[in-house]
Design a binder for this molecule. Sequence first.
Ligand SMILES: O=C(O)[C@H](O)[C@@H](O)[C@H](O)[C@H](O)CO
Ligand SMILES: [Mg+2]
Length: 393
Amino acid sequence: MKIQEITPFVLSSKERGSATWASTMIVVKVTTSDGMIGYGEAVPTLRVKPVFSAIQQVSKGYLGKEVERVERNYHEWYKQDFYLSRSFESATATSAIDIALWDLVGKELGAPIHRLLGGKFRDHVPVYANGWYKDCVTPEDFAREAKNVVKRGYRAMKFDPFGPYYDWIDEHGLRQAEERVKAVREAVGEEVEILIEHHGRFNANSAIEIAKRLEKYRPLFAEEPVHHEDLEGYRKYKRHSNLRVAMGERLVSLKETLVYLREGLVDILQPDLTNIGGVTVARKVASLAEAFDVEVAFHNAFGSIQNAVSIQLASVIPNLLLLENFYDWFPQWKRDLVNNGTPVEMGRVKVPDRPGIGVEVNERILEELKTDPVALEVVEEPVWVVGGTWKNY
Ligand SMILES: O=C(O)[C@H](O)[C@@H](O)[C@H](O)[C@H](O)CO
Ligand SMILES: [Mg+2]
């Protein structure tokens, strides 16, 4: 089959998600010469307009190519785009198209992606909750919502307890963070995992102090304790903290991943299928991590197509730790878009066996919610935090 048409869609509705980026989705629809349709997804955040136009540009490199040559197609774009390893927009556009191609190959063969990748290692993918603490500010807010998460059957949850602190955190901030984490630990008991999100915003000295304060609550990992590209910061953090480091959501290539793995700067890798290079690169990155004795917890914060394809890949790799999950905190339309094909039950998702990405995309919702890409307003609370949490109490 040949790639005949590639169409990006920006989907949005008035119903708010758990954060600004959670209210939007960028979907890519690929149509083949035989009239088959496959779907992929790209990253929105503050980049909706540039990503939308990157998809239009990157598409030019894919049109007319054979759908089934997914690996070669990725490399062809790598060859064309001199800046791919430096461009998040190009990387997420390529990733979205790659996902749609895997979806198409699966549909053509009548097989879910997990069968194309060696078969299921597990029938259910364990997940951790995120997005559950919208508007939580006080320790009591966090404790109350954390209990609800456990009530829903989750055995692991992630949150950012650092409020409005950025780069440097003072004693006041350290205390507030500790009180929030303590409240969650007490609310969920000893055996539910808590994962601490730093959103890559601290310098190493601050992150190390944070680790000393939070260690006693036994977090499963500290995510992006320092800025993504701060290699010296990661080195210093690894020397002075006892927490496991998770990172990887901003990686855009296999070779960039190697930088962090080779030096032992990361304990749990969090590649994101929608910007690392789709299924094609994500599965290599997972194997690379396996060779370094590093577990994988795919970053999965955007929409229901990303979620579906991440479940497929998470089901086949031996070194999966957990898959991130916003599903129960999505705006309803994101679940409707995939006909609620990936429900979370008792903290895990049954791996769907439908062909391709494993879910059926509801075209009616695509048509109803599609909008023109517009530049987003920039407000004081950064787009990357869960809404209403950029506050002290
Ligand atoms: O680990 C995560 O889920 C991420 O850090 C999100 O919380 C980001 O805010 C989002 O990916 C927007 O960039
Ligand atoms: Mg994160």
